[in-house]
Design a protein around this ligand. Structure first.
Ligand SMILES: C[S@@+](CC[C@H](N)C(=O)[O-])C[C@H]1O[C@@H](n2cnc3c(N)ncnc32)[C@H](O)[C@@H]1O
Length: 172
């Protein structure tokens, strides 16, 4: 998993994941975080995922937490936190992706890394990519792939270290 490499490289202390589903990425993130002493906070809307959350909480009692509800409200509920990495993988509708990116930008620490999954969702053509270019034009785009498969397309971007102060002064 490429995110594990970034977790090691950044010595990540806090990772956010929007969308847990069956927890397959959560487990891999949590295993990588064992090497950095970090923790994972996952944001999930679907209460049917509670059994998964219970299993992960038992397995990773000190490093895993689920915040239940719509990411549109829940991600913004921790203004004191600045995650090293945010994995945006909730609802893959254009308007929700744009919202989740904006909310995540406000939380991500300077130099932090954002992963955005399924940017080539077939039903939406290039519109998800377009949103990424619009919303993340000030970011360093590290990687963009377009592999075919069940869930194609992963974007990895890095927040510039001077953001948002640099952005504000440029705009002034
Ligand atoms: C693609 S799956 C996540 C897969 C997971 N990240 C992985 O790689 O194993 C999307 C998940 O996002 C959740 N979701 C959808 N809309 C959401 C929202 N507004 N807030 C939080 N979670 C949401 C869904 O319930 C689903 O479990």
């Amino acid at each position: 998993m490429i995110m594990a490499s970034f977790i090691y490289l950044t010595k990540a202390q806090l990772v956010y994941e929007i969308g847990m589903n069956a927890g397959s990425a959560s487990v891999r993130i949590l295993n990588a975080l064992k090497h950095t002493g970090g923790r994972l906070k996952t944001f999930e809307i679907d209460p049917r995922r509670k059994p998964v959350a219970d299993i992960l909480t038992r397995r990773f009692p000190d490093t895993f937490e689920v915040v239940w509800g719509d990411s549109g409200q829940t991600v913004a509920a921790f203004p004191e936190e600045a995650p090293d990495i945010i994995f945006v993988d909730g609802a893959h509708y254009p308007e929700v992706l744009r919202r989740d990116i904006k909310i995540s930008l406000a939380r991500l620490k300077p130099d932090g890394i954002m992963f955005i999954d399924v940017v080539d969702y077939p039903s939406f053509g290039d519109s998800l990519r377009q949103i990424i270019f619009e919303e993340l034009s000030d970011y360093n785009i590290l990687w963009f792939n377009r592999e075919s498969g069940h869930a194609p397309g992963l974007a990895i971007v890095q927040k510039p270290s001077g953001w948002p102060q640099e952005k504000r002064s440029n705009a002034a």
